[in-house]
Design a protein around this ligand. Sequence first.
Ligand code: PCA
Length: 327
Amino acid sequence: MKVCKSVLATLAGIIVGLGMTANVIGATWDMPTPYPDKTFHTQNIAIFADEVSKATGGKLEIKIHSAGSLFKHPEIKNAVRAGQVPIGEFFLSLLSNEHQVFGADSQPFLATNYKDAKKLWDAQRPVVTALLDKQGLMPLFSVAWPPQGLYTKKEIKTVDDLKGIKFRTYNATLELFANLIGAAPTQVEVPDIPQAFSTGRVDAMITSPSTGANSKAWDFVTHYTDIQAWLPKNIVVVNKKAFGKLDKKTRNTILAAAKAAETRGWEMSMKETSEKTQILKDKGIIVVTPSAELMSGLKKIGASMLEKWKKDAGSEGEKLLKAYQAK
Ligand code: PCA
């Protein structure tokens, strides 16, 4: 009897350890994301998780761990790759250190509106899928952030006005852009933005109206210049092995929910752009249409970055650009 009990306890431990719920009716998938709950991307994946749960009758629950609480942003991709978690969301262009094609959406002024951003993703998806496949990963969906604008503590009329400013960045491409405009870049994750400003680590940033409003940018900057520089994306990926272990019906359920999440996410993003820009205004930030001089200065830098990108991105990059320009 005693032995029996301990065997049962061990079995229960194994089942829980495997991420199964205690009553063995289904599985729980932990899903890390670097972004806070109130981010529209996180709200979108919450709906995705809900749809999967409902459609599988609770057989598969996806539990979201937001704001980098389970894995820090730079670790999320490898955590999914290693099977530590079966699914995760991260900023696609973070992977540009592996291959430049991952960073195409962060190239300044390559795709600056939703229509072009969507075309770019259509061109990028097959290349990204093939590269991730080699790592045992499969993309489920990808959603763009709103166009990226400039947050500062003074009016910016020319590129020269940005010289020497301590600049918050979020990937290598933005870091290079900041260096080329003569600013001093520091990498800061979204949940840490308010503190980075309040402690004086940074004085300016380029990000969406979404992240600016959610970070309460009016507490630390005065101007938002609407430069619409690029629309970077988040991507949700699964570990192919974990996905393959599911039955066909569940796999199809996930794929259908992913497709819906991509469509819904882009719609949410578009809505965010106007809503959050209005909030910036309402909270007292001066929303500025950029001067022609500022734009031509920034675009010149963007053009030189694209030339370098083309060299670094090789034949895959060329294929991607051709497909983008053909659309
Ligand atoms: N918000 C995220 C990524 C792009 C954006 O708009 C950030 O600022 O890190």
